[in-house]
Design a protein around this ligand. Structure first.
Ligand SMILES: Nc1ncnc2c1ncn2[C@@H]1O[C@H](COP(=O)(O)OP(=O)(O)OP(=O)(O)O)[C@@H](O)[C@H]1O
Ligand SMILES: [Mg+2]
Length: 457
């Protein structure tokens, strides 16, 4: 085995090889009787020994160089020791430098790959890389969360069976450079995605040639639908009384022109409708103002006792019409809460207004305010004794224009914005709203508001 040969035996073999022409010349001279064969053999031996001694350092350098070069390709943390001195040393130094440069480049490549993986995993949007055979070669964390952990190695159709995506991939693999898609998943948690399919200029080292980038637009769609619903609802709410107003004006100008009694009656109704439109526009303006401020919490402090007493007084005329009494039960030393007085006034006015409107006639409404167990907040509860609310409506009551019984609410002058305003005021105040109801017994709306700092400490 070459590798096991020591420098001496390598030098001897080299000397034997190199001395072959000399051996041939000495043999020829001996054959011509210029020398005796014994003298020729002695001379050749002396030549070989001399050469072995001279070639031995060279053989040893070659051996060292071989060991050094053998070690360069291996995964050792450090390059192998260098051979020093002479030509072999120079070659070893050059290969060592090459090896170090190569290792540095390898480390830089590893770091770049790790950084790229981290960046892809940090992206909130799913990203999938496919080979020409439509097999997933890699997927980022968002894609795994959406489609399953073991995506790599699966066919596209088995993990994303969406005709729009499959068709777009076919088109891009057939020559279209890129394609945009939009699709939805139905089911218990329906989701909508927009996406982009793009061919790579050069294949990725793992064989990937096609990138599918998806973006979840479920929320955007929901907001779009909400906006469309909102515009439709608001227009409808305004159009109904406006149409009635226009009809009445025409009647007053035409058939009822000289009818004083009809004029009085119509003017009264027209006032109500105009009032209704004004109320609706005011509610819409309040809602949009509170929504705009929702991310900026209020900085003032509000004493709830006087505010609740004032709200009761403001609504006394309405309560009297239904023979409803409003009972206040407030903790004796109620701390002030963080808040905007006019918004909190509007909040309690809406809750009390509902309790009066939807509670039973000749009943009572109980308003209580108490500090929570950890003294961090004040809970204000408005409880009515009305028909209550079926549990299937509870989650939707704070949606704009949501009314359980549209006709009844409209007849009461309601537009379905009151609780939406309550929810936004509560959100802005970093509080909570809880709605409990037992059909046949009544409902309780509880608002929890953070206590102002100086009193809570
Ligand atoms: N205390 C309650 N008891 C029974 N149903 C209620 C009560 N409060 C609210 N609701 C129901 O919730 C719906 C939404 O209430 P919300 O206050 O948002 O609108 P509204 O009272 O109809 O109109 P608005 O408050 O704009 O005048 C009401 O239409 C009613 O059906
Ligand atoms: Mg209301």
């Amino acid at each position: 085995m070459m590798g096991a040969a020591g420098p001496w035996s390598r030098a001897a073999r080299l000397a034997l090889l190199v001395s072959l022409p000399a051996a041939a010349a000495l043999a020829a001279l001996a054959a011509l009787d210029r020398f005796g064969f014994g003298e020729a053999a002695l001379a050749w031996l002396a030549c070989v020994v001399g050469m072995v001694v001279m070639l031995r350092p060279l053989a040893s350098a070659i051996e060292g160089l071989r060991i050094h070069i053998d070690g360069l390709g291996e995964d050792a943390p450090e390059p192998p020791p260098l051979v020093s001195g002479g030509l072999a040393g120079d070659i070893a130094a050059a290969t060592g430098k090459l090896d170090r440069a190569w290792r540095r480049r390898g480390q830089a490549l590893d770091a770049a790959t790790a950084a790229r993986e981290t960046i892809l995993d940090t992206l909130p949007d799913p990203l999938i890389l496919l080979g020409r055979d439509r097999i997933v070669t890699r997927a980022n964390r968002a894609a795994k969360a959406l489609l399953g952990r073991d995506l790599a190695g699966q066919t596209l159709i088995s993990c994303l069976r969406v005709p729009e995506v499959l068709d777009a991939c076919d088109a891009v693999l057939a020559g279209t450079r890129s394609a945009d898609i939009e699709f939805g998943f139905s089911g218990p948690d329906p989701r909508h995605f927009s996406g982009h399919v793009q061919i790579l200029d050069a294949p990725h080292f793992d064989g990937g040639v096609l990138v599918i980038a998806l973006h979840d637009i479920t929320e955007v769609k929901r907001i779009d639908n909400m906006r469309a619903d909102f515009v439709a609802n608001a227009s409808h709410e305004i159009r109904t009384p406006l149409t009635t107003l226009v009809g009445m004006i025409e009647t007053l100008r035409g058939p009822a022109r000289d009818d004083a009694q009809a004029r009085e009656q119509f003017l009264g109704l027209m006032g109500e409708h105009a009032h209704r439109i004004t109320g609706l526009v005011n509610d819409l303006l309040s809602l949009s103002r509170i929504e705009m401020l929702e991310h900026t919490p209020p900085t003032g402090t509000v004493a709830l006792g006087p505010l609740l007493a004032r709200t009761r007084e403001d609504l006394a005329w309405k309560a009297d019409r239904r023979r409803v009494t409003i009972e206040l039960a407030l903790d004796a030393d109620l701390p002030p809460v963080i808040g905007d007085e006019s918004e909190l006034g509007q909040l309690f006015q809406n809750l009390l207004d509902n309790a009066i409107k939807y509670g039973d006639e000749d009943s009572s409404i109980d308003v209580s305010a108490a500090v929570s167990d950890d003294s961090g907040s004040v809970a204000v509860a408005v409880r009515d004794h009305g028909p209550g609310i079926d549990s299937r409506h509870l989650g939707r009551l704070t949606e704009r224009f949501y009314r359980i019984d549209k006709a009844r609410s409209r007849e009461m002058g309601g537009t379905g914005l009151g609780l939406a305003i309550v929810k936004h005021v509560v959100n802005r105040h970093r509080g909570t709203l809880a709605i409990e109801s037992t059909p046949g017994e009544g409902s309780r709306f509880t608002v929890d508001l953070p206590v102002a700092e100086e009193r809570s400490r």
